[in-house]
Design a protein around this ligand. Structure first.
Ligand code: CUA
Length: 165
């Protein structure tokens, strides 16, 4: 097969460019130690009501003073649909979906994950200021999608002054 001289040149240039760019991606990924998340865990979506921790969704204060929220997304609500924590709280959300793919996004902070049936998702958020946030499902999940939300109330912590170390 005959290839024009210029065509050859540009074919080579394309190959070299690709090698350079893939090399740059590989080099930056290795040098900044980019890794995939640890497997966050799996759960049988049909057996949530008998599988800890999802058999008891809710808000729990841990021994270290941080909070854990066990949350289930389902068409078309979050369980629990109200979370109350004091200001300054670090809250660890442990979540999954009971049925279809849902989204989990909290307004006003950086928290944005997908909730997949069978998959456990994590998000950790620190709430520094008192106020109200919405948890919004931002993956289309059916007819009631636009009504699927929950509320987070970050309450002024009266203990803050005394428990400061
Ligand atoms: Cu759940 Cu959209």
């Amino acid at each position: 097969m005959h290839i024009e001289q210029y065509e050859k040149f540009f074919l080579r240039l394309t190959a070299v460019t690709l090698v350079l760019f893939f090399g740059a991606i590989a080099a930056s990924a290795l040098s900044s130690q980019v890794t995939l998340h640890d497997p966050p865990g799996r759960v049988d979506p049909a057996a949530l009501s008998s599988t800890p921790p999802f058999d008891a969704p809710g808000v729990y204060e841990r021994d270290d003073g941080e909070y854990e929220v066990i949350m289930i997304a389902q068409t078309w609500s979050f369980v629990p649909n109200e979370v109350r924590v004091p200001e300054g709280s670090t809250v660890h959300f442990v979540m999954t979906s009971r049925d279809v793919t849902h989204g989990f996004m909290i307004t006003g902070v950086v928290a944005n994950v997908m909730l997949l049936p069978g998959q456990i998702s994590h998000a950790t958020v620190r709430f520094d200021r008192p106020g109200e946030h919405l948890i919004i499902c931002h993956e289309y999940c059916g007819l009631g999608h636009q009504n699927m939300f929950a509320r987070i109330f970050v309450e002024r912590d009266t203990r803050a002054a005394s428990s400061e170390e």
